[in-house]
Design a protein around this ligand. Structure first.
Ligand code: AMP
Ligand code: MG
Length: 303
């Protein structure tokens, strides 16, 4: 079953049904051994699914749940191997999405879910995206409208000291760090710890290159020869030659950019664009996670 969250749409199964969880990997084409986040209706998932709950986990859960923060803790005996890829840790999160919370209360157990897209590709932020990607492989898609945040959750590993940010995401790391009251470790690339951290991930079919400003974007677009080019940017690029497709979020700022990002990358593919020149928002806040995702999309260069 696919369901909306405030970050991206998830493909979920109750962790009480390990065979159903295993089918998530088949549907996504996701290599086995990659851990799935366990979603719950409230912070009781901490006591249910973590072996031990450090005080900081309670502080962060009280502050940011429901919300786009995943906490990695030692797992309890209630979490089967298929969910954690055999790891002794589990990622836990309470999503801020009314339909998801209602579903989670109904299921009454944790729901393991990665993003509802083929492994390595752009995450879905609408029910239509899920149907386009996995329509023949899911029996039900709950439609909660477009995702409010539009980027995956921020993942914080609380089993290390200091805690480690495994993935930037919908909760800005500076906000998280201020609440945690300790300096957080950051991993740039962690191939084994977090699948979302593979260098190449979140990629559309079009090639993606990054440009720091509009002038650099126009120069990169001009050098693309007769390939079909789009420029993705937070505001329209003045002086853009007509054949270049503009990809501009409807709403301003990094939040608008995050919300629209995956839909715009999919639009580029739908329009047959060969090259997306992306001008990311400045670093800081949500800008960091957007820059991370675009960097990974750019790292996925076919051939
Ligand atoms: P996805 O929704 O496809 O981005 O996949 C779920 C994300 O949760 C992956 O990036 C995983 O790395 C992360 N995750 C879940 N459980 C763990 C864990 N025990 N340790 C590290 N990362 C985890
Ligand atoms: Mg994913």
């Amino acid at each position: 079953m696919a369901f909306p969250t405030e970050t991206v749409y998830g493909l979920g199964a109750s962790i009480a049904l390990p065979e159903a969880v295993a089918r998530i990997f088949t549907a996504k084409g996701r290599p086995p051994g990659h851990p799935l986040i366990v979603h719950g209706a409230d912070a009781s998932v901490l006591d249910r699914y973590a072996r031990e709950v450090p005080p900081l986990a309670r502080v962060l859960a009280a502050r940011f749940w429901p919300g786009p923060l995943t906490l990695v803790l030692e797992r309890s005996g209630a979490v089967p191997d298929v969910v954690t890829g055999g790891r002794e840790t589990v990622g836990l999160r309470v999503p801020a999405q009314p339909l998801a919370l209602a579903m989670l209360r109904d299921v009454g157990a944790g729901v393991a879910a990665p993003s509802a897209n083929p492994f390595g590709r752009t995450s879905p932020t609408t029910a239509r995206h899920v149907l386009a990607d996995l329509g023949d492989r899911v029996d039900l898609v709950l439609d909660g409208g477009p995702c409010g945040v539009g980027l995956e959750s921020t993942i914080l590993d609380l089993t290390t000291s200091p805690p480690t940010v495994l993935r930037t995401g919908g909760l800005p790391v500076d906000v998280l760090e201020a609440a945690a009251g300790v300096a957080l470790e950051r991993v740039a690339t962690g191939p084994a710890r977090a699948p979302g951290m593979l260098a190449a991930h979140y990629a559309p079919r079009a090639r993606v290159v990054i440009a720091e400003d509009h002038d650099a974007a126009l120069a990169a677009a001009a050098g693309a020869g007769d390939r079909r080019v789009a420029i993705l940017s937070g505001s329209p690029v003045a002086g853009r030659p007509a054949p270049i497709v503009p990809l501009v979020p409807d709403e301003p700022g990094a939040e608008g950019y995050a919300r629209a990002l995956y839909d715009l990358l999919r639009r580029a593919d739908a329009l047959g664009v060969d090259l997306v020149v992306a001008v990311p928002p400045p670093p800081g806040g949500l800008g960091d996670a957007i820059r991370d995702r675009l960097g990974r999309a750019a790292a996925d260069q076919p051939g």
